[in-house]
Design a protein around this ligand. Structure first.
Ligand code: G1P
Ligand code: ZN
Length: 543
């Protein structure tokens, strides 16, 4: 066997963010850049010799090259077996499932999620641990530390493998099994949801449109919706994965999923619409002329979980990221179960799911999931909604409005300021940090500050502490403003401002969201001096 130890030098910018290492493609194409990071992952793991690794990505530009490199490095480092998705394709939730089903040591997922792809787009590498979930900070910190001193990596000299041919081949002393990207995931979905009921509902005339945005969910959605559930051909839009996502931005929100939004808000809209992101872990849910906020979606799923076979015995608890609206907390209170508030990023849900403290989890950023895997799962959320709709036989809008009538409505919006100068963004956050200690009791317009802090989280399972997770300012009526900087961007800084107000009165549930939040939006600017410090008049994206 021809294994080389290749000398290298550290790159100092390989710090994993909210969700792995994300950089522009040309950065990853620098000499040894990917190799350094992958070897640093391996060097941070204990006892990986002979174990199994799962490998796949969202099909974006550089996916195939990266997979060939990682396979040869895994073989040179002594892994026993690597399971690769056919064509190098695995959605993030499908990879999580394969890790769990095969008792793998972990997995490497190649994705920059919803960031654009292509030669000038973004690429990313995430490491997931044996529970199928993103590596916790203890491991990502160790990987980062290793990248700063790395001086060599191991590489097998071998020809590239054929990733399109299903089956098992040897690579040095390691086994590579190319597996069907969709089959195991589709089986898992059938074990959770009532496919017969959904199929009958579709056959009876219920109509839907699913937008895969030319990203990884295309083959998954085609098999599940048009194949197993019998929806008409054409139900899945933009279903062919492309290396540059057709030039689009595969982020399922009202701005970037405009094709779908036009259909659902058009003249003859279908009953239901959904979109997924680049790597298949995000979802957007729409009804005819109706948008369901991700925070409301989580709350509705929690409130209706017992209608779905996989959750018929009830849920143990729920978890949401701190900036996500408190709508699900109200459902938890009624169900008499715990609702956990975690920092942003799916990795913080892993311990709660493993310990059985939470069954459903969600983030305001179009992420919803459960204990069936350890990642958020876009198509799972779509199927959960379809199952509820097939049982309740009401429109999406009616289900959400009934939900508000029962629990009250949490008006919610996120304002993003993308590509802000990093120094300016850091000044803004620094100023807020200096202020929070003295804000309690201050009034702004009709609002009085109840608490203000920089969110710190102590994991209830392993007691690890994560600090500086975002500035929270809570008002006495339950409204909130949250400020944080994105940990997934690759250019400049992205300031995220999260706004939430609570309305119990059903007569006031029909107000347009930005209008309902109008005063809070002004107060957020007054407190953080957003316009002055960023030099921006308005947000880049409002969701
Ligand atoms: C964003 C979202 C966060 C999500 C992450 C990965 O992170 O806000 O909820 O977990 O992408 O999909 P951010 O850019 O805010 O750090
Ligand atoms: Zn994603």
């Amino acid at each position: 066997m021809n294994i080389h130890t290749v000398a290298t030098q550290p790159y100092l910018d390989q710090k994993p963010g909210t969700s792995g290492l994300r950089k522009q493609v040309p950065t990853f194409q620098q000499r040894n850049y990917l190799e350094n990071f992958v070897q640093s992952i391996f060097d941070s793991l204990d006892g990986y010799e002979g174990t199994t690794l799962v490998l796949g990505g969202d099909g974006r530009y550089y996916n195939r090259e990266a997979i060939q490199i990682i396979l040869k490095m895994a073989a040179a480092n002594g892994f026993g077996k690597v399971l690769v998705g056919q064509g190098g394709i695995l959605s993030t939730p499908a990879a999580s499932n394969l890790i769990r089903q095969n008792q793998a040591l972990g997995g490497i997922i190649l994705s920059a999620s919803h960031n654009p792809g292509g030669p000038e787009g973004d690429f990313g590498v995430k490491y997931n641990i044996d529970n199928g979930g993103p590596a916790p900070e203890k491991i990502t910190n160790a990987i980062y530390k290793r990248t700063q001193t790395i001086d060599a990596y191991q590489m097998l000299e071998a020809l590239d493998l054929n990733l399109d041919q299903l089956g098992t081949v040897a690579l040095g002393e390691m086994t590579v099994e190319v597996v069907d990207s969709v089959a195991a995931y589709a089986d898992l979905m059938q074990s959770l949801f009532d496919f017969d009921a959904i199929r009958e509902y579709i056959a009876s005339g219920f109509s839907l449109a699913v937008d895969s945005m030319h990203a990884v969910t295309g083959p998954y959605a085609s098999k599940i919706f048009e194949g197993l559930l019998g929806a008409p051909a054409g139900t899945v839009k933009n279903g062919v994965p492309l290396e540059n996502f057709g030039g689009g931005h595969p982020d399922p929100n009202l701005v970037y999923a405009h094709d779908l939004v036009e259909i659902l808000f058009g003249d003859t809209p279908p009953d239901f619409g959904a979109a997924s992101d680049g790597d298949g872990d995000r979802n957007m849910i729409l009804g005819s002329n109706f948008f369901v906020t991700p925070s409301d979606s989580l709350a509705v799923l929690a409130a209706n979980a017992t209608l779905v076979p996989g959750y018929k015995d009830g849920i143990a608890g729920v978890a949401r990221s701190m900036p996500t609206s408190a709508a699900v907390d109200r459902v938890a209170a009624k169900l008499n179960i715990n609702s956990y508030e975690t920092p942003t990023g799916w990795k913080f849900f892993g311990n709660l799911l493993d310990a059985g403290k939470a069954t459903l989890c969600g983030e305001e950023s179009f992420g919803t999931g459960s204990n069936h895997v350890r990642e958020k799962d876009g198509l799972w959320a779509v199927l959960f909604w379809l199952n509820i709709l097939a049982v309740r036989k009401q429109s999406v809008a009616d289900i959400v409005k009934e939900h508000w009538a029962t629990y009250g409505r949490n008006y919610y919006s996120r304002h993003d300021y993308e590509g802000v100068d990093s120094d300016r963004a850091n000044t803004l956050m620094g100023n807020l940090r200096d202020k929070v200690g003295t804000m309690k009791g201050k009034t702004f317009g009709s609002y009085t500050v109840d608490y203000a802090d920089d969110f710190s989280y102590t994991d209830p399972v392993d007691n690890s502490v994560s600090q500086k997770q975002g500035i929270r300012i809570g008002f006495t009526d339950g409204s909130r403003v949250v400020f944080r900087l994105s940990g997934t961007g690759t250019q400049g800084a992205t300031l995220r401002v999260y706004l939430e107000s609570y309305e119990a009165d059903t007569a006031k549930h029909g107000i347009e969201t930005q209008e309902a939040l109008g005063e809070l939006i002004q107060i957020a600017d007054e407190i953080a001096q957003i316009k002055t410090l960023t030099g921006r008049d308005q947000p880049t994206v409002i969701t």
